[in-house]
Design a protein around this ligand. Structure first.
Ligand SMILES: Cc1ncc(COP(=O)(O)O)c(C=O)c1O
Length: 487
């Protein structure tokens, strides 16, 4: 096929099919018509259901693409600079599972950044991998974790040359993006492939204002949630492959296993349309969102709210300009309260933690959205009399994770919930954890199920318990007891 970036072959095939108005004796049962007795729902779905199709002679098959899906994926590979691109209908979750299963058999070793999304952990559990978790680098100013430092990666590669892959997650949820080139080069020198969960960075490398993409930096497999920061529908994501270090057919095979045999055509076609938008409009796709984000950032001057900014003197990372990570510099409102106040005023954030509120801008952002946000922030400042308060001192985080630099022993993650018992925290030392323990902040798991509770982890858990830290994952959030695996 000659690639024509202005075409959206999959979407166009669905439109052509819908226009035929053929009598449908195939699934789905709605046959392209909204027949519910709720008129609002019928109105909303009526336009979409005619393209909610299935595998037909003219709509191709996601799992064995030879027609319009193959063409749409080839265009996506061209647009993103991959050798091969696969559409995902189960979000980056499906891509993360398949890329891990595609490189790792039971008992094989994986080098994995500790602060990863649960889909990565689930993939490692399914694969039966032996995992060495690499401590992340922690930005001292914000206390937020980014990818492990290149020295940490180098030490892990030296110690575990048998590793099947190095898995990194970049950028983090706050849009903090690291340069992966040194780590990728070191891994490639040992012929170890690098898998990158780039769920939050499908726009990276598509505009000079954005950090480089993982593919541009040389990663072998890259998973991106096109639905998060591009214009695809929710669950629409892509998996990109390049190089010879990973078996493309193995990854394809696992994608067939982890994804539905009835993938959503509206979702897949929205990937085709999101790609066409990027391919044709290029940098212009993001101009409005970038301008709005910049104006909003500038509008914070004179308010008590500040946005996280990259401090390159302290850490070699950049901040995605489409993420506005806000905090109340007077220290009065924590992130959760600020998020709730914003929501009451009609501005709904992507997420919050105890300090920050993360606001995501995207191709659909309009300038008036930024104005609404600034108006809401000014209203909040007035009602809480924040203008009268002095700025709180800068919080430096001497995080446990920043200090715990040594590499842990490999662990096989435990997925079963039944063979655990709760013991007093003091008795847990030396036992294998039976549950996740995730202190917030910074939200990095200190224990995954299966990991040994070392003396330093036990001491740190006791410290957190005394401080009344917020703990997620553990069934006893007060940490009086901890679930461990039965002997
Ligand atoms: C870092 C990271 N990876 C993967 C995922 C999973 O992506 P999806 O929701 O597209 O399945 C998420 C979701 O938030 C994420 O934050």
């Amino acid at each position: 096929m000659r690639l024509d970036a202005n075409r959206a072959p999959l979407y166009e095939a669905l439109e052509r099919h819908a226009e035929r108005r053929a009598a449908a004796f195939h699934v789905p049962g709605h046959k392209g018509r909204a027949t519910w007795d709720k008129t609002d729902a019928v109105r909303r779905y009526a336009e979409l259901l005619p393209i909610d199709l299935t595998e037909l002679s003219d709509t191709d098959d996601l799992h064995h693409p030879e027609g319009v899906i193959a063409d749409a994926e080839a265009l996506a590979a061209d647009c993103f600079g991959a050798e091969e691109t696969r559409f995902l209908v189960g979000g980056s979750t499906a891509g993360n599972l398949a890329m891990i299963l595609g490189v790792c058999r039971p008992g094989e070793l994986m080098l994995v950044q500790r602060n990863v999304h649960k889909s990565v952990v689930h993939g490692l559990m399914l694969a039966g991998a032996r995992v060495v978790f690499l401590p992340p680098a922690v930005d001292p100013a914000s206390g937020l974790a980014v990818v492990p430092a290149a020295e940490t990666v180098r030490e892990a590669l030296r110690r575990y040359p048998e590793a099947k892959a190095l898995l990194l997650s970049n950028p983090n949820y706050y849009g903090m993006a690291s340069d992966l080139r040194d780590s990728i080069r070191e891994a490639h020198e040992r012929r170890i492939p690098v898998l990158v969960d780039e769920a939050h960075g499908p726009h990276f490398g598509r505009h000079p204002a954005f950090p480089a993409s993982a593919l541009q930096m040389g990663a072998d497999v890259v998973v991106q949630s096109a639905h998060k920061m591009l214009s695809a529908m929710t669950m629409g994501a892509m998996l990109h492959l390049q190089g010879q270090l990973v078996s493309k057919s193995a990854v394809r095979q696992y994608l067939r296993m982890v994804q539905s045999s009835s993938p959503s055509y509206p979702i897949m076609a929205s990937l085709d349309l999101a790609r066409r938008e990027l391919h044709m409009k290029k940098e212009r796709s993001f101009e409005q969102a970038l301008r709005t984000a910049d104006e909003t950032r500038a509008g914070l001057a004179g308010t008590p709210f500040k946005a996280l900014a990259a401090d390159t003197t302290r850490g070699p990372y950049a901040i995605d300009p489409l993420k506005l990570v806000l905090f109340d510099a007077t220290g009065t409102l924590d992130g959760f309260s600020l998020r709730d106040e914003l929501e009451r005023l009609g501005c709904i954030a992507e997420m919050a933690d105890d300090r920050y509120v993360v606001l995501a801008f995207g191709t659909g952002t309009r300038p008036d959205n930024g104005q609404s946000l600034l108006a809401a922030l000014k209203h909040i400042a007035r009602t809480h009399r924040l203008e009268d308060r002095p700025a709180a001192g800068r919080r430096e985080e001497a995080s446990f994770f920043a200090l715990a630099k040594e590499l842990p022993e490999p662990v096989i993650l435990h997925g079963e919930a039944d063979d655990t018992e709760a013991v007093e925290l003091g008795q847990a030392e030396g036992r294998a954890a039976g549950e996740w323990v995730i202190p917030y902040p910074p939200g990095i798991p200190v224990l995954y199920p299966g990991e040994i509770v070392t003396p330093s982890i036990r001491k740190q858990l006791e410290r957190w318990r005394k401080q009344g830290a917020r703990i997620q994952g553990a069934s006893d959030a007060t940490l009086r007891t901890l679930k461990v695996l039965k002997r």
